[in-house]
Design a protein around this ligand. Structure first.
Ligand SMILES: Cc1ncc(COP(=O)(O)OP(=O)(O)O)c(N)n1
Ligand SMILES: Cc1nc(C(=O)O)sc1CCOP(=O)(O)O
Ligand SMILES: [Mg+2]
Length: 274
């Protein structure tokens, strides 16, 4: 586990919760972003050399993907992220849609989204995790994230790729076998998700695709990572794994847990032992 810089975390979230809370001051990413390329320094017999670990290798090893809102109503985004990441989360996505914060304070505007992403960027860098953003390629570029997650009706991949280049991973949601097959085959897509596996209050009104879609994904994915999502918790995880998955994405199972670190650790332990 990485040491948690508690004072910095508190500072980042101590501001009063107002409709437009300041969670951190945003500054544009330097180039290259430290999280886009993990630089490992090693000594060889002939001297010092620098080896870079590709971002796609990091995704290949990422089994636990968390979507979190900005936690504006509690003001504890930094502490929450540190706990979830210490528990074993590999990818953390900012997704504020439908959150309690949105109900209380309104939609997260771009500036606030960048502020929340700066908090998550720092947490991901402390733990060596990947930072993801939902829907918006412009925010992804501005915040220097590692991953952009697109839905079926979001920006088409070619446009997102043209804006972000190859150094950012791009994933896509799929909800039926046709979309899943397409995502498995589409050139330039880095991963996809399948769901909802079960009906979930996080996406109200969505007919669940069920575990049959996980079975389709397992059949067609090849080496492309895929993340089942929707209604997954530690009790249901064995069924998801039995359907052929080796990774999952969750919201409430960690975001709604009294002890997010323990919740993440339980999920991770089951994923690792599968
Ligand atoms: C990892 C992951 N999987 C699926 C989604 C859902 O994306 P989308 O279908 O675009 O719906 P919204 O999240 O935008 O409501 C996701 N965000 N992340
Ligand atoms: C954000 C999201 N996307 C889905 C999809 O099917 O693409 S289901 C979902 C919500 C997942 O929330 P929970 O883990 O709380 O059930
Ligand atoms: Mg979307």
């Amino acid at each position: 586990m990485t040491d948690q810089p508690r004072d910095a975390a508190r500072q980042a979230t101590d501001s009063p919760m107002t409709p437009a809370p300041t969670t951190a001051s945003f500054s544009p990413p330097t180039s290259p972003s430290p999280a886009r390329i993990l630089v490992a320094i090693a000594f060889s017999a002939t001297g010092l050399y620098v080896a870079s670990v590709d971002i796609r290798e990091r995704l290949a090893a990422a089994t636990l993907y968390l979507c979190t809102d900005a936690r504006r109503e509690t003001g504890d985004l930094a502490e929450f992220a540190d706990a979830a990441l210490a528990g074993g989360v590999d990818v953390i996505q900012l997704r504020d849609k439908g959150s309690e914060g949105e109900r209380r304070f309104g939609p997260l505007e771009a500036r606030q989204e960048l502020e929340a992403l700066a908090v998550l960027r720092a947490a991901c860098d402390r733990h060596g995790a990947l930072l993801s953003v939902n829907d918006r390629a412009d925010i992804a570029a501005a915040a220097g994230v590692d991953v952009l997650h697109l839905g079926q009706d979001d920006l088409p991949l070619e446009h997102a790729r043209a804006l972000l280049g190859d150094g950012v991973l791009i994933g896509r949601s799929t909800h039926d076998p046709e979309q899943t097959r397409q995502a498995a085959a589409e050139t330039g897509l880095d991963y996809f998700s399948v769901g909802p596996c079960w009906a979930t209050p996080t996406k109200p009104g969505r007919t669940p695709a069920g575990l049959d879609l996980v079975r389709v994904a397992a059949e067609v994915a090849g080496d492309r990572p895929f993340y089942p999502i929707g209604g997954i918790d530690v009790d249901r995880l064995p069924e998801v794994l039995a359907a052929g998955a080796s990774r999952v994405a969750v919201v409430r199972a960690i975001n709604g847990a009294a002890d997010p670190r323990a919740a993440a650790a339980e999920l991770k332990a089951a994923l690792v032992s599968a």
